[in-house]
Every structure is written in C-alpha cells, then in structure tokens.
Design a protein around this ligand. Sequence first.
Ligand code: ADP
Length: 497
Amino acid sequence: MNQTTDALIHEYFSTGTLAYLPDSHFIDGSWRASAGRETLEVFDPGLGKAFTTVAAGDEEDVDAAVSAADAATRGPWRKMLPADRSRILLRAAEAIRSNAARLAVIETLDNGKTLAEAQSDVRNTARIFEYYAGIADKLQGETIPLGADHFACTQLEPVGVTAHIIPWNYPISTAARGLAPALAAGCTAVLKPAEQTPLSALLLAGLLHQAGLPPGVCNVVNGTGSQVGSALTSHPKVRHVTFTGSVNTGIHVMQAAARNIASVTLELGGKSPAIVLADADLDAAVEDVLWAIYSNAGQICSAGSRLIIERSVHEHFVERLAERARQLRFGHGLRNPDIGAITTPEQLQKIDAYVDGARSRGVRIAAGGRRVCDPASDAGWFFQPTLLDNLPIHDPLVQEEVFGPVLSVQVADNVEHALELANATPFGLAAGIYTRDFSHAMRLARDLDAGQIYINEYFAGGVETPFGGNKRSGFGREKGLEGLRAYYAVKTVTARI
Ligand code: ADP
C-alpha cells in the first residue's frame, strides 16, 4: 500500500476518506474492536467534517491492554539481547520512513496541520526511533568501590508497564517521544492517543509490530480521557505514566498515579517568551519569532507565545512582524498553505474568546484577530495569525496559555526588565533570546526559569536535546539521554566476597 502523496490526496478529495484506515484498538499484537462496541468519529479540521470512525474503548479494553503489556514484561522483549532490541527499533525507523507518505497525509487529515508540517513530524518520528535504537544496548550501570571485601554494582532495569497519554497537537511525534525510549529500556507500553487524533498512533503500533516487536509490548487503546485515560492512569499494574497535555488534566493524572505510587512525567502548558534585544539581528529575529508562534497554528506547548521586545525597536519590529503575519496563507493542510487548521472546534472557540476578551479590554490588534474558513472550500476551523500589541503584565493573554496562533507583545525597558517580564508567569517551559551580545545571552540563559533556552533560533535542537518544563509546565524530561531515565530503575547488587 505504498501510494504516493499525490495519489492519496486525490483519493481523499474525490472520495471524502481514505481506504484501509485503522478503526480498532491494537492490543496484544492484533487489531481489536471495543469490548463495548462504542465508536468515535474522526474529523478533518480542514473541512470540519468526519471522515472515519474508530473504536472507543472503556475500562475493559484498558484492562486487556495493560494485562497484555504486563505479561509481555516477562516475555521475549525483556529476555532478548539488547542488540536485538536495537535492531527491531531500527527496523521500525525504516518502516516509518518507507510509509512516510501515508503517515503524513493521515496526520494532516486527523490534526489539520499542513502537509509539510506532518511530513516533518514523520521524519522526526523515524529519527526518534533511530536515536533510541542506538541506546538499547548501551544502558549500563556502574561498579562502586566498597573496599577489598565487597563487590557492588548497579544494573539498569526496565520499570515495567508504562502508560502514555498523548495530546492532539503532535500525535505521532509525541507518541514516539515516549514510546521509543520506553521500548529501548525494555519496558512495555499502553498508549492512549487523544480522542480527536487517534489514527497515526494506531498506524505506528502496526508498523512496530511488523518490525518485530513481540505481541503485548506496544498496545494502543483509543477513547476519551474520562473513560480510557483515567482507567489507564489509575491501573495498578502501570508503573510509569508519561503525560503531555493541559495543566488541569496533568493534576488528575498525577493524582491517579499517586494512588499506585507510579511515577509520572508531566509535559504541560507554557507561555514561553521570545526576548528580542535591540542589538539582535532583527531581520532574522522577525522570521524566527513569526514561526515560533505560527508553526502548527500556534498549537505547540513550547510556542513562543509572548514577544518581549526592547522599547527602542518595539514599533518597527511589531510593524514588520504584523506585515509578515498578514502575508501568511492559511487553508486545508493537504493544499500545503503556510498555516493549517485548529484541530478542534472547542479549541477554536477558546482562541476566539481569548481574542474577543482582549479586544473588549481595548488591546491593539496589530494583525489578524478573527476566525476564518479554508478559502477553497469555505469550510474548516481556522484562525488568523494574530498579533496583540503592548499588553500589561497581568493581562490574561500574558498569563494564560491560548494554544493558538496568537502572539502577545510585551515591551521591556532594558535587559533586566525583559528578564523580570519573562519569568512573571506560572509557566516555565521554554524561552528564546535574540541578541548579538554573548554576555546578555548567557546571563539571561542563566536566570530564565525555563526547561529550555533557545539562543538566536527558536526550537533549536532535536531528539538529542532534553525537553521539559519548570513550575506549572511540569517536570521530568523527554528526549535525549535524559528521556530514558523515567523508564529504567537502578538496582544495586552488593556482595561480600
Ligand atoms: P485538551 O483539553 O486540550 O484536550 P487534555 O490535557 O485534556 O487537553 O488532553 C490530553 C490527553 O489527556 C488526551 O489524550 C485526553 O484524552 C487525555 N485525558 C483527558 N482527561 C484525562 C484524565 N482524566 N485522565 C487521563 N487522561 C485524560
């Protein structure tokens, strides 16, 4: 079924769907309907129309998946040579690459993002598996000197069954970011995609299985957070929960895991600043700040959703940014515009309400500010790239996450003031710094309260660079070698000799 991108796009626009879409759960190595026979509609945000359905699970499906994952912790995955685990993960990366066209088109349909963004997510997903494939046979402990009469060493053991709760903004790459290190460490997994975007996780589980992953090692149960999510995070056999999503749901997840003393990684929201100092390369900064907020239609937890700009360049910079924002073309993701759709109508409503609120408080809207439709079909869920100028520090658009293409501008008198503004939110996920002054850059990097700092390039880094938040943005780190820590436990063996 290796169709080209063009053939898939043609099939979708002429039939309103695609053939052979997954529609069940993936449990214990096979496709399964729901125990309760419920289904969920899957919408194309670019048209605002359902194009398929998938099984919607309940507690019984979750229990079947966790039991399969638990049995698999005692099976071949645990016992095989780590080098063989590496080979399977590498084959998975190759399988993702050879199915990239289909995966990307489906991701665009499911999520609404542009095809170019979905293609980049799929490349990233393959790269994540490749990166962690290279680590599976290098997870080694240490020896500890206790004197001549003892021998002590540590072993790194898989923690067991891991649960992965995935949001709708980066369905396939967020799934990979948790699954790949968990599998590399020898764990087994049960994954719940967001109910709005279940398809790519199902396809991924199928490809992992084809690559040689034994049954039960990676399971996917679709369904709502209140049914499947809460049953999974409170299941007593789950030893670690990796959650990416909103702060409020993160609190529920942590409470549910706490009852079983299961560990958690929480990647929550953000209100990350891009700080532009007057001495920066302003041409480069305009373009970078633009994509820091408008990539993925702003639906990124680490989006640069605040611009903190030095007063002397404020007017000029905002004017240029507004001009660029107005040039961006939005539309159905498969037509490859600059900006795709908002994934859910609820999210669109939320963005609209935030911008309406700012409008009614008299905030200057330098660009955008309205919901719109795909120009080709006059349908779909879209919001104009929006720029809100000169906001006071306590404005909700400065303190709260919008999760949409809305940039809030704050004006700083100098570097110290920029730092004060940057740290004055409840979040601490990312921060960007634009300056040619090395000292300013390094001092800000030292003092900003955020999990990642980007200097002169927002989103710089890759699977190699750890990612996670401070304060209400969560804790624990994903990606990089740090991303493995959640998935192994250290066992100490000490002997008298
Ligand atoms: P949003 O409100 O933007 O959908 P959420 O944080 O609620 O963000 O969703 C992220 C993921 O968490 C989704 O997969 C969702 O189904 C899941 N989820 C929602 N509620 C719960 C819950 N109580 N327990 C576990 N997972 C949940």
